[in-house]
Design a binder for this molecule. Sequence first.
Ligand code: NAP
Ligand code: MG
Length: 505
Amino acid sequence: MSVLPDDQIAKPAFEPSSKMFVGGRWLDSRDGETLAVFNPSTGRQIATIPNAGYADVDLAVKSAQQALDSGPWGRMPARERGLLIRKLSDLIEKNRIEFAQLEALDNGKPFAAANAYDVAKTIEWFEYFSGWPTKMNGQVIPADSPSKMIYTTRQPVGVVGQIIPWNFPLMMAAWKLAPALAAGCTVVLKPAEETPLSALLLGRLVQEAGFPDGVVNILTGAGEKTGVAMVSHPGIAKIAFTGSTSIGKSIMAGSAPFLRRLTLELGGNSPNILLDDIDVESVVAQLADAAFANHGQNCCAGTRLFVPRALEREVSERLGDIARRIKVGPGMDPASDMGPLISNLQKQRVQVLVADSADRGAKIVFGGGTPADQAEGYFFEPTVISNVDDDMPIVREEIFGPVITVLPYDTFDEVVTRANATEYGLAAGIWTRDLNLAHETAAKIRAGTVWINTYNETSPAVPFGGFGHSGYGREHGEAVLDHYTEIKSVWVNMDPSVKTKGNQA
Ligand code: NAP
Ligand code: MG
C-alpha cells in the first residue's frame, strides 16, 4: 500500500472550528457549549466542536420526524432512495484521501490503514445497502378463504438515534447509517466526542448527494450530555449503539419508559484457538494481527490466544519478534505501522492491566510500556504476555489495547470450556485444517461470529453481533433490516357480504 508524499498528507483537511449538521443546516449548539478535539499522536488540540444538549437533540429529532412524515423522503420511490445512497458511496470514494487524513489525525490510526480499511469498507457498506431498498419485499400469506388476502409490508421504524465509538469513526457511521437509510428511516447520529471529524465531513457529502433536509442529522457532543439527551428523548423510536457494555446497559434502562427498539453492539473478549495440527510459522503473523489490528482497539480483538501447551514458548517468542518489528508512530507518518491509543485515559487503562498482570507473575515477553522514541501522544507498545492464567484481570477483562495473552491448554474439551468462560460472546477464531474439529468448535463456541483459519473479517452482507454481554441484535446483511423496520400485517376481506352504499343487489 503506497501513501501520499508527506507534503500532501500533512495539510490539515478540516476546518478547525466545526458546526454540526441539523435539519440540513450547520449550527452551533443552542447553549454555545463546545468541546476540544485532540490528535492522539501529539496530544494537541486540532478542532473545536459543538457540545449538543437537549434543545439540539429536540431540533434534530423534529427535523428527522418531519423529513419522514411530510418531506420527500417518506414518499420517495425505493429506487431513488437506493440511488441516493449509491451517490453518497461515490462521493466518499471521491473524498477518500481527505477521509483517511481525518481518521489519521483524529483517531491516530496510520493513514494507509485508514485508507485501505476504514474508508474502503465505508464505501463498500453504502454501495451494498444502496441495493436493498428495491429488494425489501413483504409477503403474501395464504388465507383460510379465497375471498381473503393477507400481506405484510415493512415500514421504517421511525427516527433512529445512533451512538458510535471512536475506534473506527467513519466505518461505524457507515455501519449505522447505510442500513437505516436503506430501510427508509431518518437518523440522528452522534459520533464519539474524541473522533467527530470524519462524521462531519460525511454530513457535507450527505448534503452534496442531495438527501432531503432532516434525513441525516449529525450531532457532536459528549456522551453524558448529547448521548443522555438522545436517550431521554421520546421522539427517538430506536437506538442503535456501539460501545461499552456498561453504557449499553444505561441506554437500555433509559429506553425502557418508551419501549424503544434497541440494537446494542457492546464489548468482547474473544478467544483465538490454535489447534496442534497447524504449522505455527504459517499463521503466527495472523495470530498477532488478530489482537494488534487497529492497535487492539477492536471489539473483536483476539486477545486470548489459546495454544497447545507444547507450543507456548515457540508461539510467545515468535509473537514477541513480530511485536518488536512493529513501528509505532504518528498516524500521519507513512513509516508508522501502528498509531497511538485514543486518549491518555485509554492508555492508562491498558497500562494498569498489563502492570497488574506482571505483579501477579505474568511474563511480559515484549512491550508493556511507552515506546522509547515516542515522548508525546498516547503511544503504547504492542505487547505479548505469557505465563498468565484465566483468573487474571488481563485475561478476564476487555483490554482494548495492543496486547495479546498466550494461554496454554492440554485438551480440546478443556480449551472450548475455557474459551467460553466469559460473559461476552462477540467473536472467536479457530486454526485447524481438521474439518470435523473446525465445525465442532464453531458449533460449541458461544459467539456471534466464528472465524476458521482467518480473523477479523467483516462484510456488509454477513450478520454481525454478540451473544450475552456483547449485546443483541445483528448488524449487516438482511438481518439488520429487521431492526430498522416494523412488519405490518394487512388483512383484506373481499367477501361480497360487505357491500358498498347503494348496492342492494
Ligand atoms: P462508550 O463510553 O460506551 O462510548 C460509546 C459512545 O457512547 C460514545 O459516543 C459516547 O460518547 C457515548 N456515550 C457515553 N456515555 C453515554 C451515555 N450515558 N448515554 C448515551 N451515550 C453515551 O465506549 P468507549 O469507551 O468510548 O469505547 C470503547 C468501548 O466500545 C469498548 O468497551 C468496546 O468494546 C466497545 N466497542 C464495541 C464494538 C462492537 O461492535 N461491539 C465496537 C467498538 C467498540 P462520548 O463521545 O462521550 O464518548
Ligand atoms: Mg467514551
